[in-house]
Design a protein around this ligand. Structure first.
Ligand code: SF4
Length: 64
């Protein structure tokens, strides 16, 4: 699995961090998404898929 993000789309809603806190974070200034693990471990995959699906701006792209 590989995660790519388009930070220009991120509105800082934080849904991804709630869904997968080991993989996503938000920066301190603007609250925009930070990817902590671009190639997450298998046990994180379900949480990452959920994060991508709940993101309101479709910022997170997941390649399986
Ligand atoms: S859920 Fe989407 S819009 Fe919200 S912080 Fe995460 S990537 Fe950004």
């Amino acid at each position: 699995m590989k995660i790519t993000i388009d930070r220009d789309r991120c509105c800082g809603a934080g849904q991804c961090v709630l869904a997968a806190p080991d993989v996503f974070d938000q920066d301190d200034e603007e609250g925009l998404v930070i990817v902590l693990q671009e190639s997450p471990a298998p046990e994180q995959h379900q949480a990452v898929r959920e994060a991508a699906s709940v993101c309101p701006t479709a910022t997170i792209e997941v390649t399986e």
